[in-house]
Design a protein. Structure first.
Length: 141
């Protein structure tokens, strides 16, 4: 399903593929218990996103924004830049390219990839730095 708009209640996905087409809002809780939800570089706003084992939350196009808290026990695979503007609790697998702008509590496998751009002569040099965080707690002090 390819969708953009507002769901004024809870959202439950149990199987299949769900992609965003433009900005979207879910006013209730979004639960991914199966299948894949791909942001495709768009903005998704909601109060709470729950990813259970069997669910995959992804982003395949740079520039997505996710506004709302995320609790993950499945797989979050943000292979293109995503700005996460909400608290994160992870007990599953989380691969993040981009920024989380809130508290992160991790008891699963979390990997963050950051790109650094440095001018070198007439060309730009891109360097990726991978930060692997396993079974530890990160929180703002």
């Amino acid at each position: 399903m390819n969708w953009g708009g507002t769901i004024s209640n809870n959202f439950l996905q149990t199987a299949g593929s769900f992609t965003l087409s433009g900005g979207a809002t879910i006013t209730g809780t979004a639960t991914l218990s199966g299948g894949t939800l791909d942001l495709v570089g768009n903005r998704l706003t909601g109060s709470q996103f729950l990813v259970t084992p069997g669910g995959v939350f992804s982003n395949s196009v740079t520039g997505a924004t996710l506004s709302g808290g995320v609790t993950n026990a499945g797989t979050v695979w943000f292979s293109s830049d995503v700005y996460v503007n909400g608290p994160v609790t992870n007990t599953g697998t989380w691969y993040q390219k981009g920024v989380v702008s809130n508290d992160v509590i991790n008891f699963g496998d979390l990997q963050s990839v950051q790109e650094q751009r440095q001018p070198t002569g007439d060309r730009r040099h891109y360097q990726q730095r991978v930060i692997g965080i396993r079974q530890q707690q990160l929180a703002r002090r």
